[in-house]
Design a binder for this molecule. Structure first.
Ligand code: HEC
Length: 152
């Protein structure tokens, strides 16, 4: 009887683990902070490296820019599942991330939409269109930071 109970509870734990969505799951709040800051660091790197092309300082290599924007697109959806309630400590996230969750969500969607638009023009070879779409993404970063990221 006891063995069966142990077996059943192990089975319950195992199936609960298996049934967890593939979305980010974090054992500790600081794991979530590390994950989202890492994702945002990568986003910043892949966004920033296009700046010299946008400024006209580097020739517009459409294939390279397109490949980079594809990476940015993949990254753009990653940070947002890593803002669980109770994970503000030791981070630059403002309390408004949680108290104004709808606004924070809207800022994410605006950013993701701007990245999709950037991906649509990134391979065009048209520098003016690239510059404009790049500017819109940058504005969406800033808009979110203004409301939801604390200045250090
Ligand atoms: C929807 C909101 C939102 C958008 C959009 C957004 N960020 Fe942020 N960003 C944040 C928040 C909130 C933090 C603070 C995260 C923390 O400290 O836990 C942050 C942190 C960062 C950091 C610091 C990461 C670290 O190591 O502490 C960088 C760099 C950054 N963002 C760059 C960008 C860039 C570049 C873009 C656009 C290409 C962007 N972010 C778009 C909300 C956003």
């Amino acid at each position: 009887m006891k063995k069966i109970t142990v077996f059943l509870s192990l089975f319950t734990v195992a199936s609960a683990l298996l049934m967890q969505p593939v979305q980010a799951q974090f054992a500790k709040p600081e794991d979530a902070v590390k994950y989202r800051q890492s994702a945002l660091t990568l986003i910043s790197s892949h966004f920033g490296r296009m700046q010299s092309t946008v400024k006209g300082a580097t020739p517009y290599d459409a294939a390279a820019i397109q490949a980079n924007v594809e990476i940015l697109k993949t990254l753009s959806v990653l940070p947002w599942a890593a803002f669980p309630a109770g994970s503000q400590a030791n981070s630059s996230a403002k309390a408004e991330v949680w108290s104004d969750a709808a606004g924070f969500k809207q800022a994410q969607q605006k950013f993701e939409g701007a990245v999709v638009k950037l991906s649509e023009v990134s391979g065009s070879g048209d520098l003016e269109r690239l510059r404009s779409a790049f500017g819109d993404v940058g504005a969406s970063c800033k808009a979110c930071h203004d409301s939801y990221r604390a200045k250090k």
